[in-house]
Write a protein that binds this ligand. Structure first.
Ligand code: ACM
Length: 529
């Protein structure tokens, strides 16, 4: 009797699991009926608006490469219908509905972005199903947050166009919509600027572990290609030109703009005391703003105090202090940032900063703050109480260079703390404030992959997969709909996809399947604790 009870319990449990839609992030509503629509080489697709043509093409392409299915476009009465509807102006552009019937599948939305996400959900359903069956269902979905981001640091290690495109494709697969590209820092500068070619040609030499590697950088044609690739997947690309600190590589190319550094971080800063520095950086931002149509540029502003010792004796800066009546180095930073922000506004772009800049009085309607120091909740309080739109990316659990298992040795830990997938999954952006106005200021969440310890594509994969899936669900799905067990079950089907794609991912339920990859040579992480 007891055995029977256990067996029937298992049956109900496995039926419940079998009914999981297999979509990550899990849709808001998924009402399953009976039967299937089966996709095959006779299936066709149509759309009612030219704006959906590239989305149909994306779906066809992915189906062909993942499943070998050749779906044909048809003018009308196709099996898969993409339907752009007239809708109210203020509905979420990412919202979509899917209706799967045994003879026809309709994806509808009031914005092409919603149609794209509907198509991504269909794609996930079909590629996680052996028989290409889409279950009869009504799906209604929209994201909890508008900012669902991922940052890649390519200053410390350069991965190149193909890997970046692959990451963008996986981001689209998980409905992540913002790619923050950390292109400049101490080891190297990775963005070609026509007016200052040595930034890339000289600043692009070397990486975190090897200062002598030939220059690696993105040409402006590369940037155009990647931005277009991202746009076709409804991802905006935000470049970061870090200033006034983390400027070492730029200063190697154009030392005349250097404000010096410290023993640990030589030539770390731009010189805020020199008038010509502002013209130089504005010229760089002008080209950057043309290359990246997102209208958002990240200006860094982090950790300046790690390498601004020379400011104390730099005559240009001493003159600036006196002229502008600035009381200390922080005031110099703030003065510098106000001027750079003014330059950006002239270009009709908005600025993003790390949380240090919540203390500078920058215009709040044109500034977004990234809260990254989880040990400084007061910094988040400052940003929100001053009315800044804010993105949450606290190191723990959202810096993906932190390891995901206690036995891992090569990535970061915070004392003994690290970043297991469950903590990424459970991250609840709403829990950081009770105040309704402040809740509205939280745009969303982002994971950041710094690459001091990421010197190969395999290590990149190992740190990114599968935590990217947990990030996506934490950003898309309201907290009350989240369920780690159901997510883990869905994830198992996605791990199969990672294997098929040749990714070297970490498997939380079989940690030894792909062992941790060592970093080629260990170098102390000297300023990012
Ligand atoms: C940072 O991690 N320095 C923003």
């Amino acid at each position: 009797m007891r055995l029977l009870y256990i067996l029937s319990g298992l049956l109900i449990y496995s039926t419940a699991l079998a009914q999981q839609p297999g979509i990550i992030p899990v849709p808001l509503q998924f009402a399953k009926g009976n039967g299937y629509y089966t996709l095959n080489n006779y299936s066709s697709i149509s759309y009612n608006n030219e704006a959906l043509k590239t989305i149909a093409y994306y779906f066809q392409n992915e189906l062909l490469s993942q499943k070998g299915i050749t779906l044909q476009q048809k003018a009308k009465s196709a099996n898969i219908v993409l339907l752009l509807k007239a809708g109210k102006k203020h509905t979420d552009s990412c919202a979509y509905q899917i209706s799967i019937k045994p003879e026809q599948v309709t994806v509808s939305a009031t914005h092409p972005n919603g149609i794209f996400y509907g198509v991504v959900s269909l794609l996930q359903l079909v590629i996680t199903n052996k028989n290409n069956q889409l279950p009869v269902a009504e799906i209604n979905d929209a994201p909890a947050y508008g900012w669902r981001g991922f940052m890649l640091d390519e200053s410390r290690h350069f991965f190149g166009k193909q890997k970046v495109k692959s990451i963008l494709n996986w981001m689209a697969f998980y409905k992540l919509n913002t790619f923050h590209w950390h292109l400049t820092d101490e080891p190297a500068w990775r963005l070609a600027i026509k007016k200052y070619p040595d930034l890339a040609l000289i600043g692009g030499i070397g990486d975190y572990l090897n200062p002598n590697l030939p220059a690696q950088f993105y040409t402006q044609a590369d940037i155009n290609e990647i931005v277009a690739y991202a746009a076709a997947r409804y991802i905006k690309v935000i470049p970061e030109i870090d200033m006034p600190g983390h400027a070492t590589a730029a200063n190697k190319a154009y030392p005349e703009y250097s404000g010096g550094g410290s023993i640990g971080h030589p030539e770390f800063t731009f010189n805020p005391g020199l008038e010509k520095t502002y013209g130089y950086l504005t010229d760089i931002l002008k080209e950057t703003n043309v290359l990246f149509p997102s209208g958002l540029i990240h200006l860094g502003g982090d950790e300046v105090s790690y390498g601004n010792e020379k400011w104390k004796s730099n005559p240009d800066i001493l003159r600036l202090l006196e002229r502008e009546k600035l009381k200390d180095d922080a005031a110099v930073e703030h003065y510098f940032m106000k001027r750079m922000v003014d330059s950006l506004y002239q270009l009709n772009a908005r600025a993003i900063f790390w949380d240090e800049m919540a203390e500078a009085d920058l215009p709040k309607e044109k500034t977004i703050i990234f809260w990254w120091r989880q040990e400084k909740p007061a910094q988040l309080r400052t940003a929100l109480s001053k009315g800044y739109q804010t993105v949450l990316c606290p190191r723990l659990p959202l810096y993906f260079d932190f390891v995901q298992d206690s036995t891992h040795q090569y990535g970061r830990k915070w004392n003994k703390l690290y970043s297991p997938i469950e903590q990424v999954y459970q991250f609840d952006a709403q829990s950081f404030t009770e105040n309704e106005k402040e809740k509205q200021l939280i745009l969303g969440i982002q994971a950041n992959l710094w690459t001091e310890t990421v010197d190969s594509e395999n290590r990149l994969d190992y740190l990114l997969f599968p935590r990217i899936a947990a990030l996506a669900e934490a950003a898309w799905t309201p907290q009350k709909h989240k369920d780690f067990k159901a997510f883990s079950n869905n994830l198992n089907q996605h791990l199969v996809l990672y294997s098929k794609a040749g990714l070297y991912y970490y498997n939380p339920s079989k940690p030894l399947q792909n062992p941790e990859i060592p970093v080629r040579r260990k170098k102390p992480l000297n300023y990012k604790d």
